[in-house]
Write a new protein. Sequence first.
Length: 544
Amino acid sequence: MQAEEIFIGLDVGTQSTKAVLYHPSSQSIKARAGSLYDLDESSNPSRKEQHPHKWIRALHICLKELSKIIEREGYAVRGIGVSGQQHGMVLTDENFHVLRSAKLWCDVEASAEAKEFSEKATKAMKNIVGEDCVWSIPAGFTAPKVLWVKKNEPELFEKVRWVMLPHDYVNLCLKTGVGYNMKMNEKVEDYKPDDDESFRLEMPTTDAGDASGTGLLHPSKPEYVPELAAIIDSRYEAYLPKIQGPNEVSGYLSANWKKATGIDPDNLIDIPISVGSGDNMMSALGSKLRPGNAVMSLGTSGTIFGVSDTPVQTGTPVAAFNDATGNYLPLACVMSCTGVLNQVLEHWCSIPGKSEVSLSHLEASKLAASVPPGCHGLTFLPYLGGERTPDWPMATGALLGVTPNNMCCMAGGSPGIMYRAAMEGISYLMADALDQMRQSCGDGFKPKSLMVVGGGSKNHLWRQMLADVLQLDLRFPLEPETAALGAAFQAGAAATSTKVNLYVSKQNVEIEEGIVTPSKDADIIQSYHDGFQRYMKYSRQLNS
């Protein structure tokens, strides 16, 4: 009896790695696995770093867990796809030894370098694409981070041979064997891969989607701009992974990783690893996003993105990304999303009378539901670690509009008003980002509804709040891990030599029954309108 084919989708995120087993015959997910990790500790609020070896440990945990189901059910793994958090800077030497912790998408320590790079890049790009070009790169992108390392850690920079994105590094590990022998009780910073000459036979690869977040990609072609790389260093272009097409195979799962995880331990078949992409690009695949539609993702960061067959004009607040199919993916990203709610829950939402016991998100939401829209005039600016849309990397949070009325609510011991104020503040931030996308994309971006994904999308109070604030219908895929599912779709396309968009179009992505529609209550509409106006006024005044 021939074994049934299965594909593995991996999503290497900021807080965890998630994995799914996708069964194409039944178009369903047969198993899941996940592993949590955290950021490196730092007293610098602008610094957000994470050691890549944490991802390696998570890969071991997830793949070993999936291998149990694969063996039990007799599945044959025919491909692996990797989604990764965007913009992260992974530096390695020639043996692929990690030289330092990765600076992540939410790291804004390189804000000065971002300004310097943007000014020089604008001058360089005027000669390439025209005098009206404005090349504005936020601190969260990769290029400013590399420039920061060169300036602040020059001795380490001299050891650099490769500069990769998180998904690039994970692909490299899986196909070369780097990390297969990591011990689960070993400190991540103590682990050193073997100096295996065969490792160097493989070259790091990336795709145009994830590479478009480096700040170095041409606005309308899937290739690096040498003049932009040279701003950082004359050698930098040689440190970059090769850009592959959306249907290409990055490599094959190494025999060492197969043995370590129990997936085809006897190395009987070749298991291709697709080129992979950034998490937003993979989420677009996993939600079957088509041109003219849009997705809102509520994760550690919040994003709004839509597929376009034409690039976004440079110099706008909207990121001019490529997608994972050969099209474009205009995207607005806010750094202040569910991570802010986690902070509010941890520090402000203790159980009355039991300050050492924090509420759950569900409990806090129930209390917040009893607070009327507008929070009695309280306005929460959620920029706890700077912001990207708008581009305010050094902004801080603020609580404004405190009055005897809402102070009484806070003093009464109910954390509901604080939780709701934070939730409304993030909603207004997303509304501002959506407005900027409409302005930047013009007629190419006029969504009448949004597909909402990510962990925050499960909060029913927030669902209705977002529909009311944005004045849009909201729909929700049943599958919460759209990035991991998208990675599995890409793996299926690569393994069957099918164009990615064609393969995805034949898959079934189930949507929840029912649509969350905006309230027709005039008082609710007015309350959110007034709240948004206060938010816009305060945010611009404090960050002008």
